[in-house]
Design a protein around this ligand. Sequence first.
Ligand SMILES: Nc1ncnc2c1ncn2[C@@H]1O[C@H](COP(=O)(O)OS(=O)(=O)O)[C@@H](OP(=O)(O)O)[C@H]1O
Length: 341
Amino acid sequence: MRWITISSKRTTFMYFTLLFLLYLLYVLNTSLVDKHVRPVNIAGPISHYKSAFFQLAALLGLNLEQGYEYRRFEKNVTPIKKLPDALIIGVKKCGTRALLEFLRLHPDVRAAGSEVHFFDKYYHMGFEWYREKMPPTLEGQITMEKTPSYWVTKSAPKRVYAMNPAVKLIAVVRDPVTRAISDYTQSASKRPGLPPFEEFALLNSSIQWGGTYSVDASWPPVRLGIYARPYRRWLRRFPKSRLLLVNGERLVADPAAEMVRVQDFLGLKRIITDKHFYFNSTKGFPCLLKSETKPIPHCLGKTKGRNHPRINQSVIDRLKEFYKPHNQKFYQLSGVNFSWP
Ligand SMILES: Nc1ncnc2c1ncn2[C@@H]1O[C@H](COP(=O)(O)OS(=O)(=O)O)[C@@H](OP(=O)(O)O)[C@H]1O
C-alpha cells in the first residue's frame, strides 16, 4: 500500500515535471519569433507546438521528427512584402544608385530595384499598391526604396510621415556645382545638340556690374543644389536623428567608411566593409566585389559615372560664389560642414 502511494507520488511528480518542461520549451520557442511581421496563418502556431514537442522528445532520447525540419531557431520562412522601413529620398545625381547598390550587398537589406515614385507621382494608388512594389522580405530584413525626387516634393514629408513616422530617411548630398554639371550631362546625353551648360546656368545678358555673372537659380540643375530649403521641410516632420546625410564625395573616395555610418544608422550589423570594394581605374569609381568568398566584380552601369563636359572656369567660380551662402545655411542646419569649395 505504502509502495503504491510512493509510486503514484513519483508518477504525479514526473507528470508535472514533463508538463513544466513542455511549457518551458513552448515559451522559449514562441519568444524567438516576432509575430508582428508574420502573416496570419495557423501553420505558424502549430509549428511551435510541433517543434516544442520534438525537442522534448529529443531530450528524452526519442527521435520522432520523421522528416520534420528542426525549426527552433528558424526565422519566418514565408517572405512577405512590407512597406519600406527606410527610404533614400535624394538628392538627384548625388550617388543615390551607388548607395542603394552598396546596401544591397547586405543580407538584411531588400530593396526595390527601380525607383517607385510613390510619394511624388503615384500616391493616389494607395499604400497597398506601394507595398506590392516592394520585394518580399524575411523576418529581420529591412525593406528599402530609393526615389531621389522625394527630396524636393513638397508633399512628400507629410505623406512619408503618414506611412510610418518612425521611417528612416537617407539623403546623399554632394558639391552642388558638380551635381549641377552631372544633372546637365544626363540631359545632354538624352538630347544631342543641347546648348552648352553655361547658357542655362547664367541668365541672358548676364554680364553685370563689371563682369560678374548672374546665376539662373530657377534652372532646375542649379535650383536642386540649394539643399537647405528641402532639408528644412523634411526637418519639420522628422527629427534630425532620423535623416542621415550621406557625403557623396566620401561615398566615392572611401565607400566602406561611409557604409559604416549607413549600416549603423539603419541598425544593421557592419557587414559591408572595404573587402567589398575595389577602385576601377577605367571607370574612375569604386566598383563592387559582390561576395567576399567568391568575389564577382560589378561596376554601376554606363549612366553612372559619365564624363562631364569641360565648363568655363569663370562660370564654375560664379556658381561656387552663388552656392556659398546656401551651403553655409545647410551646414548650419545640419551641423555638418561638407567643405564644398
Ligand atoms: N561607385 C560609383 N559608380 C558610379 N557612379 C557613382 C559611384 N558613386 C557615386 N557615383 C555618382 O553617382 C552619380 C549618379 O547619381 P545618382 O545615382 O543619384 O543619379 S540619379 O539621380 O539616380 O540619376 C554619378 O554621377 P555622374 O558622374 O555625373 O554620372 C556619379 O558621380
